[in-house]
Design a protein around this ligand. Structure first.
Ligand SMILES: Nc1ncnc2c1ncn2[C@@H]1O[C@H](COP(=O)(O)OP(=O)(O)OP(=O)(O)O)[C@@H](O)[C@H]1O
Length: 258
């Protein structure tokens, strides 16, 4: 166990938004977090990264309460790729990725060859090496998303938290980013909306509904038509192809657009 929550609660605006979530993230595995809009996915991810403090319960890293970890130590271990992260407009792509090296550098230390290698490797991994010097604000939405993933990789974390990292990406880049996340062999928690991508790329899936964890486990056991109907309010059929891959097909009771 590296990252875990025990009975974590957090509320805002007079209501409970994350309501008693207990979850273990297996080391070096990808946990997909799914749930309808507003079910508390981003809020839970922010609690995992200590960007918000729990109202009650514990988030732990290697069995230590993250509330007790020095900020610097937490930043070396855990990287977060936020949904629609913004960045100062006058920075170049490599400036943004270099920010990922901050936790590894002592105050006033000069930029090292190791830092530069980590930045170059991170940009290469997301396929943006040739954009090294481009101004960040001139990138497309999908390219910005990949730069933020590179920034997180430059941090060389052991735990990687991603909030809908496939937003803005075309289908090829959605597949390549999720394949990359799998290849990294880090402990990953990743909020996703696409149930088929979650099923294909995640080792385990956790389902949030109205702030509560309603299921967690292997994709095939969690993503059943009954549960999808209950949580998302839609009808689906599960089809298996010849290779044994499951495909979740949406059942329309009328033709789209009619
Ligand atoms: N600081 C806050 N104050 C008041 N309400 C908040 C705050 N943060 C989140 N919420 C509410 O909590 C609920 C859960 O939000 P959250 O962003 O965690 O959901 P989500 O599952 O990530 O949704 P989505 O799929 O739409 O991104 C929403 O109804 C949101 O409006």
């Amino acid at each position: 166990m590296t990252l875990a929550t025990h009975d974590v609660r957090w509320g805002a605006g007079g209501r409970m938004i994350v309501d008693g979530v207990t979850l273990d993230v297996a080391p070096n595995r990808v946990l997909g977090l799914i749930g309808p809009n507003g079910s508390g996915k981003s809020s839970l991810l922010r609690l995992l990264c200590r960007l918000r403090r729990v109202a009650s319960g514990v988030v732990s890293l290697d069995s230590r309460d993250i509330a007790d970890l020095p900020r610097h130590e937490l930043a070396k271990r855990l990287a977060f790729v936020e949904q629609q992260a913004t960045t100062e407009v006058q920075l170049t792509v490599c400036d943004v990725v270099r920010l990922g090296r901050t936790p590894h550098r002592a105050a006033f230390a000069s930029w090292s060859a190791e830092d530069e290698r980590a930045v170059d490797a991170a940009l290469a991994r997301v396929g943006l090496s040739e954009r090294h010097d481009q101004l960040w604000h001139t990138l497309s939405g999908g390219e910005r998303q990949r730069v933020h993933i590179a920034r997180a990789l430059a941090q060389e974390p052991r735990e990687l938290i991603l909030d809908e990292p496939t937003n803005h990406l075309d289908i090829r880049h959605q597949l390549s980013i999720l394949a990359l996340v799998r290849r990294l062999r880090l402990t990953c928690v990743i909020a996703l909306h696409d149930l088929n991508l979650a099923s294909l790329f995640c080792d385990e899936i956790a389902v949030l509904h109205e702030g509560r964890l309603v299921a967690a486990g292997m994709p095939a056991s969690v993503l059943t038509p009954e549960r999808i109907a209950r949580v998302f309010g839609i009808a689906v059929e599960i089809r298996c192809d010849e290779a044994g891959h499951r495909h979740i097909a949406y059942v329309m009771d009328h033709e789209p657009g009619t």
